[in-house]
Design a binder for this molecule. Structure first.
Ligand code: S3P
Length: 172
């Protein structure tokens, strides 16, 4: 089984991927980490600063293509993958795509707790626009939507497991 977690920055993709993989006996992989490993940069922010967003997206595409035939894996994606069909096509091949949905204010709260803010979460108004633009894309790419509002990670995991059991067509 190949599971892809999508959602905006701060939606908990990385933490959920690790915990879900453990529960299901799968491996978990974080796309941003893979990009960092292969790029030699210390942080995603450094890539954006020194190379720009376009280069970052090109690196994201390389990683997405490598993951096309991945199996037995839970993949935590970067929040921007849905902006590119070129990236989403290989990434979502033969997979269950789970959208971790959250409200913008909660995304902001979560991200602002971190020491370093992601490059695309600097200007609140711009980020809100990005959020609104991406929301329908996350929805359209997803096989499963988990509205994480007011949920702790355990509840999120339980909901995912229940919905995974039902499969893509919603039947047990
Ligand atoms: C991005 C989200 C980040 C990272 C990069 C771009 C985005 O990942 O890939 O900063 O465009 O939303 P997370 O969603 O894991 O924070």
């Amino acid at each position: 089984m190949k599971i892809i977690l999508i959602g905006f920055m701060g939606s908990g993709k990385t933490s959920v991927a690790g915990r879900l993989a453990k529960k299901l006996g799968l491996k978990s992989i974080d796309m941003d980490e893979l990009i960092l490993k292969s790029s030699g940069f210390k942080s995603i922010n450094e890539i954006f600063e020194k190379k720009g967003e376009k280069s970052f997206r090109a690196m994201e595409l390389v990683v997405a293509r490598k993951l096309a035939d991945a199996d037995n894996m839970v993949i935590s994606t970067g929040g921007g993958v849905v902006m590119s069909k070129q990236i989403m096509d290989p990434l979502s091949k033969n997979s269950m795509v789970i959208y971790l949905k959250l409200r913008f204010d909660n995304a902001r709260k979560r991200v602002y707790q971190k020491k370093i803010r992601p490059p695309l979460f600097q200007d609140n108004n711009e980020t809100k626009k990005l959020f609104n633009k991406r929301e329908p894309l996350y929805t359209s790419y997803s096989d499963i939507i988990i509205d994480t509002h007011n949920m702790g990670i355990n509840e999120v995991l339980e909901n995912i497991i229940v919905k995974l059991r039902k499969g893509k067509n919603g039947r047990e």
